[in-house]
Design a protein around this ligand. Structure first.
Ligand SMILES: [Zn+2]
Ligand SMILES: [Zn+2]
Length: 180
């Protein structure tokens, strides 16, 4: 028939305010509903943060042999497993945090919930994937966080995610503690 296909679910009838996507009210909503994502939002607000450089030396605080040196003390976190059991190499991490189909669903749900525009700058795609992967990791490992609760993702897992969805310029923002 000539009837138009209906979307699978209706978008909330809410005006989207372009240009306010990272505004304070959004941050506040994120802090209440998705405290784990704050680190992404706050990170993206601080482009002056020096990029995390990749080095070959194994940091002293790493037992799994997959971590990289990190720019701040709070980010120097290992999964604390032996190399053969490093969390960054598990099938679960690959499924929850690296599988593009899963991440696209998570991104779509979040955009739907927050009323964000779906339009994405193509150059932002890997960044969106990385941030979705970080959120998936936090949900998987810690469940839903309480407001104000912050967690640090182990370096090995951060780098597995970065290597899968690299930034073309190698410019990664890090963890910024204490802003909530
Ligand atoms: Zn490690
Ligand atoms: Zn590890």
């Amino acid at each position: 028939s000539a009837t138009q296909r209906k979307p699978a679910f209706q978008k909330p009838r809410k005006r989207k305010r372009k240009g306010q996507r990272k505004g304070d009210d959004l941050i506040e909503r994120l802090a209440t509903r998705f405290p784990g994502v704050l680190f992404d939002v706050l990170s993206s607000r601080n482009p002056a943060e020096p990029p995390a450089a990749r080095t070959s030396a194994q940091p002293w605080w790493c037992t799994c042999q997959k971590c990289q040196e990190m720019p701040t003390e709070v980010e120097k976190k290992c999964c604390q497993q032996r190399p053969e059991h490093c969390i960054s190499r598990t099938a679960h991490l690959e499924l929850f945090c690296l599988e593009p189909g899963i991440l696209r669903l998570a991104r779509g749900l979040r955009h739907e919930y927050l009323g964000l525009d779906d339009l994405q700058d193509p150059g932002q795609d890997n960044k969106e994937f990385r941030h979705a992967a970080y959120r998936q990791f936090v949900l998987w490992q810690h469940g839903r966080l309480r407001a104000g609760q912050r967690v640090v993702i182990p370096s090995c897992c951060v780098w597995r995610i970065r290597d899968t969805f690299p930034d073309p310029t190698g410019n990664y923002t890090g963890f910024i503690p204490g802003l909530l």
